[in-house]
Design a protein around this ligand. Structure first.
Ligand code: MG
Length: 297
C-alpha cells in the first residue's frame, strides 16, 4: 500500500491510498462504505496509523475488495508531507561510515540521536527557505521509518513489527550553524529543513530494507548513491536503542542517517545555492524533489 496526502483548494489535507502505485483514491471514499466508518476523519498517515495497529492492512484489503472510484495519478495531486505534525522526528547522525569519514568525524560507539521539529516538514516539490543566517546549506538523503504502533522497550528481534511504513526525508542542514552552536537545533530545524515523501510505502512492499538504494542528485548530478545495508547501526538496533527510554507512537518518524556524498564532503565543499533542484530517490518509494529558495533577507 502506498499512502500520500494532498492539499485541497480550501487548504485542508486529504489522505490518498494506492494499491497499484499509480492510481490513488481518497481514503474518505472507503470510509463511506459499510464497516469502514473507523476511517472517517483520517486526513494523513499519522491519523491512519493512530486508529488501529492493523489500519494499513485493513485499508489494503478494502481497496482490493470494494468498488471505488477509478482514482487519480500522483502527478495530478499537490502533495504535502505524508505526516504533517508528527510528535517526534527522531534523527540518527553519523550512521554511514563513509559519511562519517568524509566529515572527518569519529564513528560513534552508540547511535547518535538528535531531532527536528515539525516546522521543518515540506512536501514534494516544496521550496526550502534559505535564510541569510547560513551560508552552508547542505542536503542529506535518508530512509525514514514511520512508526506503526506504540513501541516501548522493544527487542531487536521483533523491531520491524513496529514499523508502519517507509518514506524519504532530506535532512537539510546548515553546516555553519551546526558548527557555531553548541548543539544542532538551528543547524537542523530551520523552517522547511525536512522535505519528506512523496509517499509512505507500507512494510509489506519492502522485501529487504538493506537492499534499498538511496540516490541523491543536485541539478541532475549524482552526489549520493548507497545501499541501506551500509548503515552501521541497523534499523532493529536503532529502534531498540531509542525505545529503551523513549516511547515511540504511531506516526512518529525516525530518519536513519545519510550516506557519503553530502556537500560538506567535497573539497572544496559544494553547498546548495538558490534555484538548485535536490532529488532523493529510494525505490519503490519514489523520488522526492525540492527547490532551494532565494536567500531571505
Ligand atoms: Mg541526517
Amino acid at each position: 500500500l502506498k499512502l500520500a496526502t494532498a492539499k485541497t483548494n480550501d487548504n485542508n489535507t486529504v489522505l490518498y491510498a494506492s494499491l497499484d502505485g499509480h492510481r490513488y483514491v481518497r481514503v474518505e471514499e472507503v470510509a463511506a462504505k459499510p464497516g469502514y466508518g473507523w476511517l472517517r476523519g483520517v486526513t494523513d498517515v499519522k491519523a491512519l496509523m493512530e486508529r488501529r495497529d492493523d489500519a494499513t492492512t485493513l485499508l489494503a484489503q478494502a481497496l482490493e475488495n470494494i468498488e471505488v472510484d477509478h482514482g487519480t495519478s500522483l502527478e495530478l495531486l499537490e502533495l504535502g508531507p505524508p505526516i504533517g505534525h508528527p510528535r517526534v522526528i527522531m534523527c540518527i547522525g553519523r550512521n554511514y561510515p563513509l559519511h562519517v569519514a568524509e566529515g572527518k568525524a569519529d564513528m560513534p560507539d552508540r547511535p547518535l540521536l538528535f531531532s527536528k521539529f515539525s516546522n521543518t516538514l515540506i512536501g514534494q516539490n516544496g521550496v526550502v527557505p534559505f535564510p541569510s543566517i547560513t551560508k552552508e546549506l547542505d542536503y542529506e538523503g535518508e530512509l525514514a521509518l514511520v512508526i506503526g504502533k506504540r513501541a516501548s522497550r522493544i527487542s531487536e528481534l521483533n523491531a520491524f513489527e513496529y514499523i508502519g511504513g517507509y518514506t524519504i526525508i532530506n535532512d537539510i542542514s546548515a553546516r555553519d550553524l551546526q558548527e557555531l552552536d553548541l548543539q544542532w537545533i538551528r543547524g537542523k530545524s530551520l523552517d522547511g529543513f525536512a522535505p519528506i515523501g512523496p509517499v509512505v510505502v507500507t512494510t509489506d512492499e519492502i522485501i529487504d530494507v538493506n537492499q534499498l538504494r538511496i540516490v541523491t542528485t543536485v541539478n541532475g548530478e549524482v552526489r549520493q548513491d548507497a545501499l541501506c545495508e551500509e548503515m552501521h547501526f541497523k534499523i532493529p538496533q536503532l529502534l531498540a536503542f531509542i525505545t529503551e527510554g523513549i516511547t515511540l507512537e504511531p506516526g512518529d518518524i525516525v530518519a536513519t542517517g545519510t550516506p557519503a556524498g553530502v556537500g560538506l564532503g567535497f573539497d572544496p565543499p559544494r553547498y546548495l545555492r538558490p534555484g538548485d533542484n535536490v532529488t532523493v530517490t529510494i525505490e519503490p518509494i519514489g523520488s522526492l524533489s525540492s527547490i532551494i529558495g532565494d536567500v531571505l533577507r
